[in-house]
Ligand binder design. Structure first.
Ligand SMILES: *[C@@H]1O[C@H](CO)[C@@H](O)[C@H](O)[C@H]1NC(C)=O
Ligand SMILES: *[C@@H]1O[C@H](CO)[C@@H](O)[C@H](O)[C@H]1NC(C)=O
Ligand SMILES: *[C@@H]1O[C@H](CO)[C@@H](O)[C@H](O)[C@H]1NC(C)=O
Ligand SMILES: [Zn+2]
Length: 479
């Protein structure tokens, strides 16, 4: 097949562009993958930046390479949200790797051509793309003479499945619900070089939104990935369940087939007819995974991540790749726009000095309810924050105890399409002894509300403890 007319038909290239030499119907090996990234960087020098987050476990010295697309790509800008796509974490699941290469070529090309929507997306978002988190696995899968396999090349060079190798933070929240964000973890020798590098990357970059690209089914999967009951299949709701459902739907509905009725993949377990369910699933409801990257993002950092399964075949023939791009192109781009839903802003003190690590708490007030969303976001080094939210009415509160008073604001979120998040800035006055006492009470009360809804024994114990605290507090106040 002649690829050139195909490229033109898909709108991927135009005469004289970088796509000269970029073949869409081709699996790019490690060197070729780097070459595509370098070509894009060369063609779009003002909006790209290449970096590596570390080496893989194998002995070939392969680097985990990332390309950024943004105005001022080399550094974080105050108020500008950061996004990431991580592909090919399972080395034999290769579609995502090719799709993100197609996408960087397309974005660079459209930017240079003056496409206003693409220019706005790139100028207002810092987009990080890692085409392969497991290049060693890819080479193994590609070199497998027996043919492309369900498992060969899935793991890294040390035979470890990277999507089971992250700290299991779900385990922590199941035992203590009082904290549901920025959970601590300890480094351990069991973490692979790839996992360590990505963990540090997640912790040290103010990512807001992300997707992790896999293959083997066709569905957008959202947290939690690990069931709460320990059962193999059990819906595990996060406090941001509504927002995650929306995010997963945003991908599925912009994909040409994912949310439509389609043949389930083989081999399939009962209940895997995702086309019937709008092309989305809760991770643990499908099958429980512990030590996955998705839950780690949500529980250790500010980043919301979903997992995309891009098709039944993990390593399809190269000639199928143009169709994959055609099916996923809009979904991939629209999903990046979701980095801009909800609110964002800067938290500062009365002298306008930004406050890092301030806590953003959200209560859902829509329809007269008063429901604290038990997942706080924190501000970055320059005091900036982003809080993804679906439309509704909320109280957004910024706190930086014990030095400052909390400040709350009522916000109505509408999320107009292709628009930056609504800006809500905060100035926090210095705390007083009285304000400190009040905040302590409110915080305890918030946990109390959450615990009340849970039905586990441990939670009831915690609740009883909090009731005592509450009683003591009220007594102290009336006496
Ligand atoms: C990069 O930016 C400079 C300065 O704004 C401009 O002169 C140049 O044309 C830009 N290059 C490309 C390839 O867009
Ligand atoms: C600009 O990019 C968007 C998103 O891919 C696309 O839908 C639109 O057709 C492009 N506009 C032009 C003029 O090519
Ligand atoms: C807030 O509540 C409304 C009404 O129940 C709901 O539709 C929306 O999804 C909630 N928002 C979040 C972020 O959960
Ligand atoms: Zn996978």
């Amino acid at each position: 097949m002649n690829v050139i007319p195909l490229l033109l038909a898909l709108g991927l290239c135009y005469t004289g562009s970088i796509c000269k030499g970029f073949e869409i119907a081709h699996h790019h090996n490690y060197e070729e993958m780097l070459q595509v990234m370098e070509d894009v960087a060369e063609k779009c020098p003002n909006i790209t930046y290449l970096y590596s987050i570390g080496e893989t476990a194998g002995n070939k010295g392969r680097e985990l390479v990332v390309i950024v697309l943004s105005d001022n790509p080399e550094k974080h800008e105050v108020g500008e949200p950061e996004f990431k796509y991580v592909a090919n974490m399972h080395g034999n699941e290769v579609v995502g790797r090719e799709l993100v290469l197609d996408m960087i070529v397309y974005l660079c090309d459209q930017y240079n051509r003056g496409n206003k929507t693409i220019q706005k997306l790139i100028d207002t978002t810092r987009i990080h793309i890692m085409p392969s988190m497991n290049p060693d696995g890819w080479e193994k899968a590609d070199g497998n003479q027996a043919g492309k396999d369900w498992l060969v090349g899935r793991s890294n060079a040390n035979n470890v499945d990277l999507n089971r190798n992250f700290p299991d933070l779900d385990y922590k929240i199941y035992h203590d619900q009082s904290k549901n964000n920025h959970l601590d973890f300890q480094y351990s020798p069991v973490f692979q070089p790839e996992t360590m590098a990505v963990m540090d990357w997640i912790i040290n970059t103010p990512f807001v939104l992300s997707a992790n690209l896999h293959g083997g089914d066709l569905v957008a999967n959202y947290p939690y990935d690990e069931s709460r009951s320990g059962n193999k299949q059990d819906y595990a709701k996060s406090p941001d369940d509504n927002t995650f459902v929306y995010l997963a739907e945003s991908y599925a509905e912009n994909h040409k087939e994912m949310s439509e009725s389609h043949e389930p993949c083989e081999p399939m377990d009962e209940g895997d007819d995702f086309g019937e369910k709008g092309g989305i699933t809760n991770g643990a409801e499908w099958y429980s995974v512990s030590g996955g990257m998705q839950d780690f993002n949500y529980l250790a950092s500010n980043c919301f991540e979903i997992t995309l399964e891009l098709g039944c075949e993990k390593f399809p023939p190269a000639s199928d790749l143009p169709k994959y791009w055609d099916d996923n192109k809009n979904a991939l781009i629209e999903y990046i726009w979701q980095t801009h839903i909800g609110v964002k802003g800067v938290v500062a003190d009365e002298n306008n000095n930004p406050i890092a690590d301030a806590v953003i708490k959200v209560t859902n007030l829509t329809g007269g309810q008063n429901k604290y969303i038990n997942h706080d976001i924190t501000t970055g080094q320059q005091g900036d924050y982003w809080r993804l939210l679906v439309p509704g009415q909320y109280e957004v509160k910024a706190c930086a105890a014990p030095k400052y008073k909390c400040v709350g604001k009522m916000v109505t979120i509408t999320n107009p399409r292709h628009t930056e998040a609504q800006v809500v800035n905060f100035i926090l006055p210095a705390a007083t002894a009285k304000s400190q006492k009040r905040e302590k009470f409110v915080n305890e009360n918030q946990v109390f509300n959450t615990a009340e809804k849970a039905n586990e024994e441990a939670d009831y114990e915690r609740m009883a403890e909090l009731k005592e605290l509450l009683a003591a507090y009220l007594k102290g106040r009336t006496n």
